[in-house]
Design a protein around this ligand. Structure first.
Ligand code: NDP
Length: 318
């Protein structure tokens, strides 16, 4: 089994390199050539949780599972809020093939999946990006958005203006203390926070905007006000995850803001020809939940590169 550290993964790929393998995976997911049990989340004390994400993908063929500690207070101690391992197996033998740092894998694959959705849904001339949140996913998304759209201006908003300013300085972008002004300036908004109360409100929506709602990927987190939903075209990575884990959709349906028949399209279906953005004025939103198929496709691609370059440590575990 090949063990790949975060440094190994970062040396082998960036989020842009993962867009192609994720495109193949998301098409397979929407053709239902995948087995994706819902992510299980086990409380492990305080606000901390253990996430378990198993899955199997027919094309590109692979299976495995991710085990992830979700410790929201870790960043204050200089550690990632996500840490753990991703195991993938050899489909021919069933033997473990690789064990990867799950924090780096998750950051890169999530941003790559968002980039894929943005490439399909954002206006081709979308050039101003607003990042809502300034943690690890914000950094990964800044890089990934630049890979798919001609981002000439990037703005970051954070609930702590000093942290947002530090993020902006580090990345050579702008900080904006007023979230409404950040969204008003943007063609693409990425929300990348574990917010418990909505950050994006209906009054902030404007024609042509594309929102990537990435952070609040399980209840009770919520970044987008349910009242926004009737005003936008909604897309997601995997409908069964959305039904179970997208707070804003569950709340909007519960409050009668949208009906059960409100159209929501998977990104893999759009890539296979289903309608995406209708025109340059429509507001589109991609609700990312995060699925094991993305981890499996990304990990398999990274493993192939590691074997090519002789990176990582190979251990015998039998
Ligand atoms: P980090 O801890 O690195 O960063 C979180 C950011 O969100 C920080 O800027 C933090 O601000 C901010 N934040 C925290 N709470 C709030 C709040 N209540 N209101 C506004 N901002 C807030 O986390 P990551 O970047 O790794 O992850 C961000 C989110 O993305 C998490 O919710 C995570 O679960 C989710 N995620 C989703 C994935 C998917 O596939 N969709 C995959 C991986 C992660 P401050 O610095 O002030 O604390």
């Amino acid at each position: 089994m090949r063990i790949l550290s975060g440094a190994d993964i970062a040396a082998l790929v960036d989020s842009a390199a993962l867009i192609a393998p994720l495109e193949a995976a998301m098409r397979s997911v929407s053709r239902r050539q995948a087995e994706l049990p819902l992510r299980s989340v086990t409380p492990v004390g305080g606000r901390n949780r253990l996430g378990v994400m198993p899955g199997s993908l027919a094309s590109p063929a692979g299976y495995g599972a991710k085990l992830l500690s979700l410790f929201p207070d870790n960043p204050a101690q200089g550690r990632s809020s996500h840490s753990g391992v991703m195991l993938i197996f050899d489909v021919a033998t069933g033997l473990p093939a690789a064990c990867l740092n799950a924090a780096v894998l998750t950051a890169l694959r999530t941003a790559a999946a968002t980039a894929l959705a943005t490439r399909a849904l954002a206006r081709p001339d979308a050039a101003t990006l607003a990042l809502i949140g300034c943690g690890e996913q914000a950094e990964a998304h800044l890089h990934a958005m630049r890979a798919v759209r001609p981002i000439g201006r990037a703005i970051v908003w954070g609930r702590d203006p000093a942290r947002a300013a530090a993020f902006a300085r580090h990345h050579g972008i702008e900080a904006e203390a007023d979230i409404a002004r950040a969204v008003a300036a943007a063609d693409i908004v990425c929300t990348v926070t574990p917010a418990m109360a909505p950050l994006i409100r209906p009054a902030m929506l404007h024609p042509g905007l594309h929102i990537n709602a990435v952070g609040a990927s399980m209840p009770p987190m919520q970044e987008i006000a349910p009242a926004c939903l009737p005003h936008l075209r909604l897309f997601t990575d995997y409908l069964p995850s959305l039904e179970a884990q997208a707070s804003e959709v569950i709340a909007a349906r519960g409050d009668g803001l949208i009906g059960a028949d409100h159209p929501i399209t998977e990104i893999g279906a759009v890539l296979d020809g289903a309608p995406g953005r209708a025109d340059s004025a429509e507001v589109t939103m991609y609700r990312s939940l995060g699925i094991a198929a993305q981890d499996i496709a990304a990990a398999s691609f990274i493993l192939a590169r590691a074997e090519r370059d002789g990176r990582g440590v190979v251990v015998a575990i039998d």
